[in-house]
Write a new protein. Structure first.
Length: 374
């Protein structure tokens, strides 16, 4: 089955004892807007974390340094600006970074999600990532507002139970997997559809995939290139063509994206606890609330900037409370991203710090551009 391949990383995850950490998921805000959460979900989050930690540590032995377990292959980190134009939003939805028409300096990290990272060619089908970090944002836990997006409009797991069923099916071999496909047809369909081939990272549309809060409502969001894609094809014989195309394009031109939010106008129809379900776009239209300008630039493939791409931490919970992630899957991410980021920084003997400008390789942040590989 095709969808066994993208999840090969899960196969390596063996059952590990729940190892509780200092992070407390119950420090998160109370559930609202249709969210559900229980001690069972908290246990599930710790179980997924333990499996992920083990996988990161095992892979580090062969990589020479500790990488993300998901989205380890970065095509590049690029300098951008994120300019809000909230006129299209009703006043009650002008919250968080959308409260004011303001421009933020940002970093964007483009990635492939496959845990095998650089061992996999860009030509292979994969889920692709675009993580946007707005810097110096007030009322956020670490000073940044991160928008994590992938090429899948809808996520492939319904909730904690579904995510762990998939883990267990993968451990049980092909018969269990086939059974999972039969008993979870929508999840299997989403999983298959999530992996795509792309010609250019900068010409691709990316989605939040899960719901977030937008003041009194829930929302999804997406980033769409301003221009129609070129006729370029994926390159079979160059495993790193996505990085090369980013570097070439931005040497000569800037690139623009429109950033949209999709406020949920049908909360009774669009469940928060099932991100596999898309929302009707006529009834809940996408609204263009910001423009992302990726600057004309050089140095994307320099060693220092590639190190920066390893060291930077993107996390959906780096957010203003009014635009926080919603739902079980997202609550689990609150524990997992923080702990995996901490683990890989500890393993690489470096510090978790947030960039504050477009020159992180100079001045006090310069540790962000350093990485000792064995
Ligand atoms: C329970 C579900 C999920 C788990 C356990 C998970 C786990 C992870 C982990 C551990 C990382 C690396 C974090 C770090 O070390 O800094 C990561 C990165 C990432 N994840 Fe997830 N993830 C989940 C769901 C999602 C969803 C729904 C999206 C949809 C947008 C997503 C998009 C990304 C992206 C784009 C990155 C790369 C960020 C970067 O460029 O640094 N993940 N994920």
């Amino acid at each position: 089955m095709k969808w066994m391949i993208p999840l090969a990383f899960l196969i390596s995850c063996q059952e590990a004892p729940i190892n509780r950490t200092t992070a407390n998921l119950f420090d998160l805000p109370p559930t609202e807007l249709g969210e559900t959460w229980s001690t069972k979900n908290e246990d599930q989050a710790h179980k997924i974390l333990a499996q992920t930690q083990e996988m990161v540590q095992t892979r580090a032995a062969s990589n020479g340094f500790m990488q993300r377990d998901a989205h380890p292959k970065a095509h590049g980190c690029v300098k951008a600006t994120f300019s809000v134009n909230n006129n299209v939003l009703p006043p009650e939805l002008r919250v968080g970074v959308f409260a004011k028409n303001k421009s933020y300096d940002a970093w964007i990290r483009y990635s492939n999600s496959d845990p095998d990272g650089e061992k996999k060619s860009d030509f292979e089908k994969d889920v692709r990532g675009m993580a946007v970090k707005l810097m110096n944002v007030e009322e956020t836990p670490v000073g940044s507002q991160d928008f994590l997006m992938i090429t899948a409009k809808e996520f492939f797991s319904k909730d904690g139970d579904d995510y762990l069923s998939l883990f267990n099916a993968l451990k049980g071999g092909s018969a269990r997997l086939a059974l999972y496909g039969i008993t979870h047809p929508l999840s299997a369909k989403r999983l298959l559809g999530a992996r795509i081939q792309i010609a250019h990272s900068l010409e691709t549309e990316y989605f939040s995939s899960t719901p977030y809060k937008l003041g009194p409502k829930s929302m999804r969001f997406k980033a769409k290139p301003c221009e129609a894609p070129s006729n370029d094809e994926p390159v079979k014989d160059d495993p790193f063509y996505l990085r090369k195309r980013i570097v070439e394009k931005l040497k000569k031109n800037e690139v623009c994206y429109n950033f949209f939010v999709q406020p949920n106008n049908e909360p009774k129809v669009n469940p928060i606890e099932d991100p596999r379900q898309g929302w009707n776009e006529e009834k809940s239209p996408y609204l263009n609330v910001a423009t992302i300008k990726i600057l004309k630039q050089e140095g994307i493939d320099s060693k220092a900037q590639l190190n920066f791409c390893e060291n930077v931490s993107m996390d959906p919970w780096h957010t203003h409370p009014e635009t926080r992630p919603l739902g079980q899957i997202n609550r689990m991410r609150a524990l997992i991203y923080q702990e995996i980021s901490r683990l890989r920084h500890e393993g690489n003997r470096t510090m978790v710090i947030e960039p504050i400008d477009h020159t992180p390789c100079e001045g006090p942040e310069k540790v962000l551009c350093e990485l000792s590989r064995k």
